[in-house]
Design a protein around this ligand. Structure first.
Ligand SMILES: Nc1ncnc2c1ncn2[C@@H]1O[C@H](COP(=O)(O)OP(=O)(O)OP(=O)(O)O)[C@@H](O)[C@H]1O
Ligand SMILES: O=C([O-])CC(=O)C(=O)O
Ligand SMILES: [Ca+2]
Ligand SMILES: [Mn+2]
Length: 656
């Protein structure tokens, strides 16, 4: 507290001169003399307003345009250009919200320009055509907070300043409701059929769902528009527009996509891809192909995605990731479901792994620069993050174990599905009452050592993370290139509860490229690109088990995060590369004899199991699952290189 002559100082000054006695302290008024022993509330000049309304109007300073304009604008041609620009932008937004099948649709009104209605209402053929929808375009986090708290029942501000909210009935993605339009081009290019995540849908059905979503959005008083970017590689940046009904969704995407500067927003133009998120509204179950009230529909030709029947925000993030998994490989760029960080000396590591295996946790590392936690591109120029934010699991989050993530949960962060104290608004991260899959979404700059812009040179280490519920994979093994490909294509883990709707318990899963739910092309396409890049740039592959140790799930326990961190430190430092190794039976994995800071007895899983026979049985069981899973890939060639293909086939588990 600052002591000055005007304030009432009840506890003495903070300048060390306060008298010892508290009674005399009450009478101390600092340096200036005070004439009375009471404080008057008219000691400051009065406000420059005659009425309360006038007073309120003083509170908000006009902030748009908020930054210096382009050179042309500064030269005086600004006013016309600015008007035209606003008009074009509104036309583009209005076109986004236009019905495709009717002559007229609802009118779109920009909230910042109350007079400017763009859609000419020539034929008012229905009540909906008379309706105005306010467009809230690229609102700031503070504005979105206010909307959320005011209009969304489940939104609250937590004690650390985050916006806590509920995603509704769905607290994870719905992969069985993810559809892709199979037109002639997509039929030839994409991966379809058994094992593919792309459930086919026809153009007409897509349009039915699109119309439903657009009509729903237009029936609302407000819709949120986010115009943002994907990919920090300036040559391969994609413009995306997200049209949504909830402030929560708008803030989530504000955090997750790359945020344009005011100048970039000014010249944004039309988006390359648009999401219509009408998540509160179901699809019509009588519509052809619909198997539930949820549908997430991607149309590559129209560059559009429609979301009906799920409010889980991860659908938007991962839907756009799917789009990148299509667009980038076409340009010779590999898209990756991986985390990525960089050491002080510029050594880059990629962290692959399915949901819950540790990409976010392990790429967020005090000693290194964070490039990104979940989605990257690897081009001839190096690596780049696709996103502008992180999406961390929060179950059991603690400041001791994950301090940077814990501290990132503050004003601006969206906290999904967490439980908090009604009064103190203190979050209880251990509480799984809503879901196990509680999440925090924050801009990447909330991590103190984020590398911005989020790109880096070619990776030196490629770390494959598996959360092995069987407890038989070693905590760390060094992989040959063929083994790296084998495990990349296999994409093994034991799914941790909750991220995919319907899965409640850990269970062994194989997901090609550590992200089969998001890939668009056949897995061997991505694998071939990874092999080529790893060879070309000399990266080393590693398999790290962040799962069980000393017995399977239920018997053993999860490997301590502190140990996994030591292992990762050893990989980054380079010391592990040339350590002393031995080969395990069955999987033929090379395991080091020692890792600094990790008990030697856990490095070879057989030592950690009390029941050696149970260990061997479990090992063979898992090896069998690997073999069975890989059988479907055995007939595909990787890179047209039959030698590598044979080596990959031989790099899997060997047993009778
Ligand atoms: N040994 C370990 N290594 C890594 N993570 C661990 C370990 N033990 C426990 N965990 C916990 O496992 C979870 C890993 O989740 P994380 O958010 O890193 O997953 P992810 O790979 O980023 O998944 P997603 O793609 O769904 O975001 C965290 O909650 C972390 O605290
Ligand atoms: O998309 C989500 O729901 C969370 C995530 O990162 C993943 O599952 O890989
Ligand atoms: Ca993550
Ligand atoms: Mn992910």
């Amino acid at each position: 507290m600052e002591a000055n002559g005007e304030a009432c100082v009840l506890n003495g000054g903070s300048n060390g001169t306060a008298p010892k006695s508290s009674l005399s302290a009450i009478k101390t008024y600092g340096k200036k003399k005070m004439t009375a022993e009471v404080c008057h509330d008219d000691s400051a000049p009065s406000v420059k307003a005659q009425t309360i309304d006038e007073l309120h109007s003083l509170q908000k300073k006009k902030s748009r345009p908020s930054t210096p304009k382009s050179a042309a604008a500064a030269a005086g041609v600004f006013s016309v250009t600015e008007e035209n620009r606003q008009k074009l932008q509104l036309q583009s937004i209005s076109a986004s919200l236009a019905s495709l099948t009717r002559e007229t649709g609802p009118k779109v009104k920009a909230v910042k320009q109350q007079q400017d209605y763009l859609t000419p209402a020539t034929l008012n053929t229905s009540d909906s055509a008379l309706k105005f929808t306010h467009v809230l375009h690229n609102l700031s986090p503070a504005e979105l907070y206010e909307h959320a708290v005011k209009y969304e029942k489940s939104s609250f501000i937590t004690s650390s300043g985050a916006l806590a909210t509920l995603s509704g009935a769905k607290t994870g993605r719905s992969p069985r409701d993810r559809r892709v339009v199979k037109d002639a081009a997509a039929a030839g290019e994409l991966w379809w059929g058994k094992g593919s995540p792309n459930i086919e849908m026809d153009e007409h059905t897509f349009l039915v769902n699109r119309e439903r979503a657009v009509d729903y959005l237009n029936s609302l008083d407000n819709v949120f528009i986010n115009d943002q970017f994907l990919n920090w590689d300036p040559n391969n940046r994609i413009k995306v527009r997200i049209v949504s009904a909830r402030a929560y969704h708008s803030l989530f995407m504000h955090n997750m996509c790359i945020r344009p500067s005011p100048e970039e927003l000014e010249s944004f133009g039309s988006p390359d891809f648009t999401i219509y998120n009408a998540g509160q509204f179901p699809c019509n179950r009588y519509t052809h192909h619909m198997t539930s009230s949820t549908s997430i529909d991607i149309n590559l030709a129209r560059r559009e995605m429609v979301i009906l029947g799920t409010q889980y925000a991860g659908e938007m993030k991962k839907g756009l990731f799917s789009v990148m998994h299509y667009l980038m490989p076409k340009r010779g760029i590999l898209s990756l479901h991986s985390g990525c960080n960089m050491g002080k000396s510029g050594d880059v590591a990629l962290f692959f792994g399915l949901s819950g295996t540790g990409k976010t946790t392990l790429s967020t590392d005090r000693k290194r620069y964070l490039i990104g936690d979940d989605e990257h591109c690897w081009s001839d120029a190096g690596v780049s993050n696709i996103e502008g934010g992180c999406y961390a699991k929060c179950v059991d989050l603690s400041t001791e174990k994950e301090p940077d993530i814990f501290n990132a949960i503050r004003f601006g962060t969206v906290l999904e599905n967490v439980v908090f104290d009604e009064h103190s608004r203190e979050v209880d991260y251990g509480d799984r009452s809503v879901t196990e899959n509680t999440r925090a979404s924050y801009p990447i700059e909330f991590i103190p050592n984020a590398k911005i812009p989020c790109n880096g040179p070619h990776p030196r280490n490629v770390i494959l993370l598996a959360c092995d519920a069987f407890g038989v994979l070693p905590p760390v093994s060094r992989l040959s290139l063929a083994q790296t490909m084998y495990h990349f294509i296999s994409g093994y883990t034991a799914l941790v509860a909750g991220t995919e709707d319907g899965i409640k318990e850990p269970q062994a899963t194989f997901s090609a490229c550590f992200g089969a739910a998001f890939i668009m092309l056949h897995p061997t396409k991505y694998a071939a690109m990874l092999a080529e890049k790893m060879m070309k740039f000399g990266a080393t592959g590693w398999l790290v088990n962040t799962g069980w140790c000393g017995g399977r799930y239920g018997v053993g326990s999860r490997i301590k995060l502190a140990y996994t961190r030591k292992i990762i430190d050893g990989i980054h430092a380079g010391g592990l590369l040339n350590a002393e190794y031995k080969k395990t039976e069955v999987f033929g994995l090379e395991i080091p004899a020692a890792v600094e800071g990790v008990p030697a007895e856990i490095l070879d899983p057989v030592n950690a199991w009390a029941d050696k026979e149970a260990y061997r049985q479990t090992l063979l069981k898992l090896a069998g699952l690997f073999k069975k899973n890989f059988a479907v890939f055995a007939s595909y060639s990787i890179n047209g290189d039959t030698k590598l293909t044979e080596e990959i086939l031989a790099a899997g588990p060997l047993f009778d």
